[in-house]
Ligand binder design. Structure first.
Ligand code: AMP
Length: 386
Protein backbone atom coordinates (compact mmCIF):
# COMPACT_ATOMS: atom_id res chain seq x y z
CA UNK A 1 0.00 0.00 0.00
CA UNK A 2 2.87 2.39 0.74
CA UNK A 3 3.67 2.82 -2.97
CA UNK A 4 0.30 4.34 -3.72
CA UNK A 5 0.13 6.76 -0.79
CA UNK A 6 1.77 9.66 -2.59
CA UNK A 7 -1.08 9.58 -5.13
CA UNK A 8 -3.60 9.72 -2.29
CA UNK A 9 -1.68 12.55 -0.69
CA UNK A 10 -1.59 14.50 -3.94
CA UNK A 11 -5.34 14.12 -4.12
CA UNK A 12 -5.71 15.35 -0.55
CA UNK A 13 -3.44 18.28 -1.32
CA UNK A 14 -5.56 19.08 -4.32
CA UNK A 15 -8.64 19.18 -2.10
CA UNK A 16 -6.85 21.46 0.31
CA UNK A 17 -5.50 23.88 -2.24
CA UNK A 18 -8.31 24.09 -4.81
CA UNK A 19 -9.15 27.83 -5.19
CA UNK A 20 -12.15 28.57 -3.01
CA UNK A 21 -15.12 30.73 -3.95
CA UNK A 22 -15.31 33.66 -1.51
CA UNK A 23 -18.12 33.69 1.02
CA UNK A 24 -17.65 36.26 3.74
CA UNK A 25 -14.41 37.51 5.19
CA UNK A 26 -12.27 35.58 7.63
CA UNK A 27 -12.39 36.33 11.34
CA UNK A 28 -9.33 38.44 12.10
CA UNK A 29 -6.83 37.46 14.80
CA UNK A 30 -7.99 38.86 18.14
CA UNK A 31 -11.55 37.60 17.56
CA UNK A 32 -13.12 35.29 20.12
CA UNK A 33 -14.01 31.65 19.49
CA UNK A 34 -16.62 30.21 21.82
CA UNK A 35 -16.23 26.52 22.67
CA UNK A 36 -19.03 24.54 24.29
CA UNK A 37 -17.48 21.95 26.58
CA UNK A 38 -14.39 22.11 28.76
CA UNK A 39 -12.59 18.82 28.10
CA UNK A 40 -9.28 18.01 26.44
CA UNK A 41 -10.64 18.53 22.92
CA UNK A 42 -11.56 22.10 23.88
CA UNK A 43 -8.18 22.58 25.53
CA UNK A 44 -6.25 21.54 22.42
CA UNK A 45 -8.55 23.64 20.20
CA UNK A 46 -7.95 26.67 22.45
CA UNK A 47 -4.18 26.14 22.29
CA UNK A 48 -4.27 25.93 18.48
CA UNK A 49 -6.51 29.02 18.36
CA UNK A 50 -4.06 30.93 20.55
CA UNK A 51 -1.27 30.11 18.07
CA UNK A 52 -3.28 31.88 15.37
CA UNK A 53 -3.95 34.90 17.59
CA UNK A 54 -7.54 34.09 18.62
CA UNK A 55 -9.01 34.15 22.10
CA UNK A 56 -11.22 31.35 23.39
CA UNK A 57 -14.24 31.54 25.65
CA UNK A 58 -15.10 28.17 27.15
CA UNK A 59 -18.65 27.27 28.24
CA UNK A 60 -18.33 24.53 30.84
CA UNK A 61 -19.25 23.61 34.37
CA UNK A 62 -16.10 24.19 36.45
CA UNK A 63 -13.12 26.54 36.32
CA UNK A 64 -10.62 23.68 36.55
CA UNK A 65 -11.76 21.78 33.47
CA UNK A 66 -8.92 21.15 30.97
CA UNK A 67 -10.06 23.78 28.45
CA UNK A 68 -10.92 26.41 31.06
CA UNK A 69 -7.34 26.23 32.36
CA UNK A 70 -5.96 27.61 29.07
CA UNK A 71 -8.74 29.96 27.92
CA UNK A 72 -9.07 33.75 27.97
CA UNK A 73 -12.61 33.60 29.35
CA UNK A 74 -15.08 31.10 30.76
CA UNK A 75 -18.80 30.83 31.36
CA UNK A 76 -19.51 28.37 34.16
CA UNK A 77 -23.13 27.32 33.74
CA UNK A 78 -25.41 24.47 32.77
CA UNK A 79 -26.13 24.00 29.04
CA UNK A 80 -29.83 24.73 29.66
CA UNK A 81 -29.22 28.03 31.47
CA UNK A 82 -30.56 30.23 28.67
CA UNK A 83 -29.50 33.56 30.17
CA UNK A 84 -25.91 32.27 30.39
CA UNK A 85 -26.24 30.88 26.86
CA UNK A 86 -27.43 34.28 25.55
CA UNK A 87 -24.58 36.13 27.26
CA UNK A 88 -22.07 33.62 25.83
CA UNK A 89 -23.52 34.03 22.32
CA UNK A 90 -23.21 37.80 22.61
CA UNK A 91 -19.58 37.56 23.78
CA UNK A 92 -18.17 35.34 20.99
CA UNK A 93 -17.63 35.86 17.25
CA UNK A 94 -18.12 32.20 16.30
CA UNK A 95 -19.03 29.12 18.35
CA UNK A 96 -18.08 25.49 18.09
CA UNK A 97 -18.29 22.52 20.41
CA UNK A 98 -16.04 19.83 21.75
CA UNK A 99 -18.72 17.84 23.53
CA UNK A 100 -21.20 15.96 21.41
CA UNK A 101 -24.26 16.07 23.59
CA UNK A 102 -24.85 19.81 23.93
CA UNK A 103 -28.66 20.19 23.62
CA UNK A 104 -29.74 21.21 20.11
CA UNK A 105 -32.00 23.93 21.60
CA UNK A 106 -28.88 25.51 23.17
CA UNK A 107 -27.01 25.41 19.85
CA UNK A 108 -29.99 26.90 18.00
CA UNK A 109 -30.28 29.67 20.56
CA UNK A 110 -26.62 30.58 20.03
CA UNK A 111 -27.01 30.30 16.24
CA UNK A 112 -29.74 32.99 16.39
CA UNK A 113 -27.01 35.48 17.39
CA UNK A 114 -23.69 34.19 16.10
CA UNK A 115 -22.44 31.52 13.67
CA UNK A 116 -22.25 27.99 15.13
CA UNK A 117 -19.96 25.56 13.28
CA UNK A 118 -20.76 22.77 12.58
CA UNK A 119 -24.41 23.86 12.43
CA UNK A 120 -27.01 22.58 14.92
CA UNK A 121 -28.63 20.50 12.14
CA UNK A 122 -25.36 18.56 11.73
CA UNK A 123 -25.20 17.94 15.46
CA UNK A 124 -28.79 16.69 15.43
CA UNK A 125 -27.90 14.01 12.87
CA UNK A 126 -24.69 12.99 14.66
CA UNK A 127 -26.28 12.79 18.12
CA UNK A 128 -28.67 10.10 16.93
CA UNK A 129 -27.41 6.71 15.74
CA UNK A 130 -30.52 6.10 13.64
CA UNK A 131 -30.20 9.46 11.87
CA UNK A 132 -26.49 9.13 11.18
CA UNK A 133 -26.81 5.64 9.71
CA UNK A 134 -29.92 6.59 7.72
CA UNK A 135 -28.15 9.70 6.42
CA UNK A 136 -25.13 7.66 5.32
CA UNK A 137 -27.42 5.14 3.58
CA UNK A 138 -29.28 8.00 1.84
CA UNK A 139 -25.96 8.95 0.21
CA UNK A 140 -25.41 5.35 -0.88
CA UNK A 141 -22.82 4.79 1.88
CA UNK A 142 -22.95 1.35 3.50
CA UNK A 143 -23.44 0.68 7.23
CA UNK A 144 -24.24 -2.44 9.21
CA UNK A 145 -27.92 -3.39 8.78
CA UNK A 146 -29.99 -1.78 11.55
CA UNK A 147 -33.52 -1.45 12.95
CA UNK A 148 -35.09 1.05 15.33
CA UNK A 149 -36.31 -0.61 18.54
CA UNK A 150 -38.64 0.99 21.09
CA UNK A 151 -39.87 -2.03 23.09
CA UNK A 152 -38.73 -5.52 24.08
CA UNK A 153 -41.34 -6.87 21.60
CA UNK A 154 -39.82 -4.81 18.79
CA UNK A 155 -36.39 -6.11 19.77
CA UNK A 156 -37.62 -9.65 19.12
CA UNK A 157 -38.85 -8.67 15.65
CA UNK A 158 -35.61 -6.78 14.91
CA UNK A 159 -33.52 -9.81 15.94
CA UNK A 160 -35.68 -11.97 13.68
CA UNK A 161 -34.98 -9.54 10.79
CA UNK A 162 -31.28 -8.92 11.33
CA UNK A 163 -30.23 -12.18 12.92
CA UNK A 164 -27.48 -12.88 15.43
CA UNK A 165 -24.90 -11.96 16.45
CA UNK A 166 -26.05 -8.38 16.67
CA UNK A 167 -25.57 -5.36 18.93
CA UNK A 168 -28.25 -3.42 20.79
CA UNK A 169 -27.31 0.21 21.45
CA UNK A 170 -29.07 3.28 22.75
CA UNK A 171 -29.96 5.71 19.97
CA UNK A 172 -28.48 8.66 21.87
CA UNK A 173 -25.88 9.32 24.56
CA UNK A 174 -23.84 6.15 23.99
CA UNK A 175 -20.07 6.43 24.01
CA UNK A 176 -17.08 4.17 24.67
CA UNK A 177 -19.32 1.09 24.50
CA UNK A 178 -21.77 2.36 27.16
CA UNK A 179 -25.39 1.39 26.57
CA UNK A 180 -24.41 -1.56 24.34
CA UNK A 181 -25.53 -5.16 24.75
CA UNK A 182 -24.38 -7.95 22.47
CA UNK A 183 -27.15 -10.24 21.28
CA UNK A 184 -26.47 -13.90 20.57
CA UNK A 185 -28.81 -16.69 19.49
CA UNK A 186 -29.53 -17.67 23.12
CA UNK A 187 -29.75 -14.14 24.61
CA UNK A 188 -32.82 -13.43 26.77
CA UNK A 189 -34.13 -10.45 24.78
CA UNK A 190 -36.37 -9.07 27.53
CA UNK A 191 -33.38 -8.97 29.89
CA UNK A 192 -31.17 -7.50 27.15
CA UNK A 193 -33.69 -4.72 26.57
CA UNK A 194 -33.69 -3.85 30.27
CA UNK A 195 -29.90 -4.08 30.46
CA UNK A 196 -29.42 -1.65 27.55
CA UNK A 197 -31.14 1.11 29.52
CA UNK A 198 -32.82 2.26 26.31
CA UNK A 199 -35.82 4.46 27.04
CA UNK A 200 -37.31 7.88 26.34
CA UNK A 201 -34.16 9.70 27.54
CA UNK A 202 -32.02 7.92 24.95
CA UNK A 203 -34.69 7.94 22.22
CA UNK A 204 -34.85 4.17 22.69
CA UNK A 205 -32.65 1.66 20.92
CA UNK A 206 -31.10 0.54 17.65
CA UNK A 207 -30.25 -3.05 16.78
CA UNK A 208 -27.26 -3.39 14.47
CA UNK A 209 -25.93 -6.46 12.73
CA UNK A 210 -22.57 -7.47 14.23
CA UNK A 211 -19.77 -6.64 11.79
CA UNK A 212 -16.97 -9.18 11.75
CA UNK A 213 -14.39 -6.52 10.96
CA UNK A 214 -10.70 -7.00 10.27
CA UNK A 215 -9.93 -3.51 11.55
CA UNK A 216 -11.52 -0.28 12.65
CA UNK A 217 -10.43 2.84 10.83
CA UNK A 218 -11.32 6.51 10.89
CA UNK A 219 -10.92 9.51 8.65
CA UNK A 220 -11.06 13.08 9.87
CA UNK A 221 -12.03 15.60 7.26
CA UNK A 222 -12.21 19.37 7.50
CA UNK A 223 -14.41 21.67 5.45
CA UNK A 224 -14.15 25.44 5.44
CA UNK A 225 -16.74 28.18 5.20
CA UNK A 226 -15.96 28.37 1.47
CA UNK A 227 -16.74 24.69 0.85
CA UNK A 228 -13.23 23.27 0.30
CA UNK A 229 -12.58 19.97 2.08
CA UNK A 230 -9.33 18.31 3.17
CA UNK A 231 -8.99 14.84 4.66
CA UNK A 232 -6.28 13.40 6.88
CA UNK A 233 -4.97 9.93 6.04
CA UNK A 234 -7.15 7.00 7.17
CA UNK A 235 -5.87 5.55 10.45
CA UNK A 236 -6.40 2.30 12.32
CA UNK A 237 -7.91 2.44 15.80
CA UNK A 238 -7.36 -0.25 18.41
CA UNK A 239 -9.54 -0.29 21.51
CA UNK A 240 -9.06 -1.73 24.99
CA UNK A 241 -12.03 -2.05 27.36
CA UNK A 242 -14.19 -0.14 24.80
CA UNK A 243 -11.88 2.90 24.96
CA UNK A 244 -9.51 3.97 22.19
CA UNK A 245 -6.07 2.69 23.13
CA UNK A 246 -3.92 3.31 20.05
CA UNK A 247 -4.23 4.98 16.68
CA UNK A 248 -1.85 3.80 13.96
CA UNK A 249 -1.19 6.29 11.19
CA UNK A 250 -1.53 5.47 8.40
CA UNK A 251 -3.87 2.46 8.53
CA UNK A 252 -2.30 -0.57 6.87
CA UNK A 253 -5.06 -0.97 4.29
CA UNK A 254 -4.96 -1.20 0.51
CA UNK A 255 -4.80 2.01 -1.53
CA UNK A 256 -8.27 1.25 -2.90
CA UNK A 257 -9.68 0.94 0.59
CA UNK A 258 -7.94 4.13 1.71
CA UNK A 259 -9.38 5.92 -1.31
CA UNK A 260 -12.84 4.48 -0.55
CA UNK A 261 -12.63 5.66 3.08
CA UNK A 262 -11.57 9.14 1.96
CA UNK A 263 -14.35 9.27 -0.59
CA UNK A 264 -16.90 8.35 2.10
CA UNK A 265 -15.53 11.11 4.34
CA UNK A 266 -15.74 13.74 1.62
CA UNK A 267 -19.28 12.71 0.62
CA UNK A 268 -20.44 12.87 4.25
CA UNK A 269 -18.82 16.22 5.05
CA UNK A 270 -20.29 17.72 1.89
CA UNK A 271 -23.65 15.95 2.25
CA UNK A 272 -24.04 17.20 5.83
CA UNK A 273 -22.77 20.67 4.80
CA UNK A 274 -20.31 20.65 7.69
CA UNK A 275 -18.13 23.66 8.41
CA UNK A 276 -15.47 22.43 10.82
CA UNK A 277 -14.34 18.85 11.36
CA UNK A 278 -16.11 15.56 10.81
CA UNK A 279 -14.64 12.31 12.16
CA UNK A 280 -15.97 9.15 10.56
CA UNK A 281 -15.44 5.80 12.26
CA UNK A 282 -15.59 2.84 9.90
CA UNK A 283 -15.26 -0.93 9.90
CA UNK A 284 -13.16 -2.72 7.27
CA UNK A 285 -14.31 -6.27 6.55
CA UNK A 286 -12.38 -9.26 5.21
CA UNK A 287 -14.35 -8.92 1.94
CA UNK A 288 -12.98 -5.38 1.57
CA UNK A 289 -16.16 -3.50 2.44
CA UNK A 290 -15.88 -0.22 4.30
CA UNK A 291 -18.93 0.36 6.55
CA UNK A 292 -19.62 3.59 8.44
CA UNK A 293 -20.18 3.06 12.17
CA UNK A 294 -20.52 6.60 13.46
CA UNK A 295 -19.70 10.22 12.81
CA UNK A 296 -18.63 12.98 15.18
CA UNK A 297 -18.67 16.62 14.05
CA UNK A 298 -15.77 17.71 16.24
CA UNK A 299 -12.09 16.99 16.85
CA UNK A 300 -11.60 13.31 17.55
CA UNK A 301 -9.29 11.23 19.70
CA UNK A 302 -8.22 9.31 16.59
CA UNK A 303 -6.91 12.61 15.14
CA UNK A 304 -4.52 13.46 17.94
CA UNK A 305 -1.58 12.01 15.96
CA UNK A 306 -2.02 14.85 13.43
CA UNK A 307 -0.80 17.39 16.01
CA UNK A 308 2.80 16.24 15.61
CA UNK A 309 2.84 14.15 12.43
CA UNK A 310 0.94 16.29 9.89
CA UNK A 311 1.72 19.64 8.32
CA UNK A 312 -1.50 20.94 9.87
CA UNK A 313 -2.99 19.27 12.96
CA UNK A 314 -6.72 18.64 13.43
CA UNK A 315 -7.11 21.42 16.01
CA UNK A 316 -5.50 24.08 13.85
CA UNK A 317 -7.56 22.82 10.93
CA UNK A 318 -10.76 23.24 12.95
CA UNK A 319 -9.81 26.81 13.86
CA UNK A 320 -8.99 27.59 10.23
CA UNK A 321 -12.28 26.05 9.05
CA UNK A 322 -14.62 27.86 11.45
CA UNK A 323 -12.83 31.22 11.19
CA UNK A 324 -13.09 31.32 7.40
CA UNK A 325 -9.33 30.93 6.87
CA UNK A 326 -7.92 28.74 4.09
CA UNK A 327 -7.55 25.12 5.19
CA UNK A 328 -4.02 23.93 5.92
CA UNK A 329 -2.15 21.08 4.28
CA UNK A 330 -3.26 17.86 6.03
CA UNK A 331 -0.52 15.63 4.59
CA UNK A 332 1.73 13.51 6.81
CA UNK A 333 5.29 14.47 7.57
CA UNK A 334 5.83 11.07 9.16
CA UNK A 335 4.06 7.92 10.26
CA UNK A 336 2.91 7.91 13.88
CA UNK A 337 1.33 5.86 16.64
CA UNK A 338 -0.85 7.71 19.13
CA UNK A 339 -1.16 6.05 22.54
CA UNK A 340 -3.81 7.24 24.95
CA UNK A 341 -2.75 7.61 28.58
CA UNK A 342 -5.72 6.16 30.42
CA UNK A 343 -5.93 6.34 34.21
CA UNK A 344 -2.62 5.40 35.85
CA UNK A 345 -0.81 5.18 32.45
CA UNK A 346 -0.16 8.86 32.97
CA UNK A 347 2.24 8.08 35.82
CA UNK A 348 4.79 7.12 33.14
CA UNK A 349 4.98 10.69 31.87
CA UNK A 350 8.65 11.25 32.79
CA UNK A 351 9.69 8.27 30.64
CA UNK A 352 8.07 9.72 27.54
CA UNK A 353 10.08 12.90 27.95
CA UNK A 354 13.26 10.85 27.65
CA UNK A 355 12.23 9.46 24.26
CA UNK A 356 13.13 11.84 21.40
CA UNK A 357 10.47 10.24 19.17
CA UNK A 358 7.69 10.73 21.73
CA UNK A 359 5.60 13.90 21.96
CA UNK A 360 3.71 14.09 25.24
CA UNK A 361 0.39 15.89 25.67
CA UNK A 362 -1.17 16.09 29.14
CA UNK A 363 -4.64 17.42 29.78
CA UNK A 364 -4.19 19.06 33.19
CA UNK A 365 -6.66 16.74 34.95
CA UNK A 366 -5.91 16.72 38.66
CA UNK A 367 -7.71 13.50 39.53
CA UNK A 368 -6.59 10.21 37.95
CA UNK A 369 -9.43 7.70 37.64
CA UNK A 370 -9.55 4.28 35.92
CA UNK A 371 -10.81 4.74 32.35
CA UNK A 372 -10.20 8.51 32.39
CA UNK A 373 -8.26 9.99 29.46
CA UNK A 374 -5.39 11.86 31.13
CA UNK A 375 -3.21 12.59 28.10
CA UNK A 376 -1.69 10.99 25.03
CA UNK A 377 1.70 10.39 23.46
CA UNK A 378 2.48 10.61 19.76
CA UNK A 379 5.32 8.28 18.81
CA UNK A 380 6.76 9.59 15.54
CA UNK A 381 7.82 7.06 12.94
CA UNK A 382 9.52 7.14 9.59
CA UNK A 383 9.29 10.34 7.54
CA UNK A 384 7.04 10.19 4.48
CA UNK A 385 8.07 11.41 1.04
CA UNK A 386 4.72 12.95 0.18
P1 AMP B 1 -19.67 2.72 19.09
O1 AMP B 1 -20.14 3.29 20.38
O2 AMP B 1 -20.73 2.56 18.07
O3 AMP B 1 -18.48 3.50 18.56
O4 AMP B 1 -19.09 1.26 19.41
C1 AMP B 1 -17.99 1.05 20.24
C2 AMP B 1 -17.20 -0.14 19.73
O5 AMP B 1 -18.01 -1.33 19.77
C3 AMP B 1 -16.74 -0.01 18.29
O6 AMP B 1 -15.53 0.70 18.20
C4 AMP B 1 -16.60 -1.47 17.88
O7 AMP B 1 -15.39 -2.02 18.37
C5 AMP B 1 -17.75 -2.15 18.63
N1 AMP B 1 -18.95 -2.18 17.76
C6 AMP B 1 -19.91 -1.23 17.70
N2 AMP B 1 -20.87 -1.57 16.81
C7 AMP B 1 -20.51 -2.75 16.28
C8 AMP B 1 -21.08 -3.62 15.28
N3 AMP B 1 -22.24 -3.33 14.68
N4 AMP B 1 -20.39 -4.74 14.97
C9 AMP B 1 -19.23 -5.05 15.59
N5 AMP B 1 -18.66 -4.29 16.53
C10 AMP B 1 -19.27 -3.14 16.89
Amino acid sequence: MRGALPRLMRWQMHRATTPEPMSGSPLPPGATIGILGGGQLGRMTALAAANLGYRCHIYCQSADEPAAQVAAQTTLAAFDDMSAVDAFAAAVDVATLEFENVPITTLERIADRTPVHPAPAVQAVAQNRLSEKSFANSLGIATAPFRAVTTAEELKQAVADIGTPSVLKTVRMGYDGKGQVSIKADTDLTAAWTESGAGPATEYGILEGFVDFTCEISVIVARGTHGAAAAFSPVENRHAHHILDETIAPADISPDMAAAANDIAIRLVEGLDVVGLLAIEMFVTAKGDVLVNEVAPRPHNSGHWTMDACRTGQFEQLVRAICGLPLGDPSRRCDAVMKNLIGADVDDWPNFLDDPKAKLHLYGKTETRPGRKMGHVNFLGKPTND
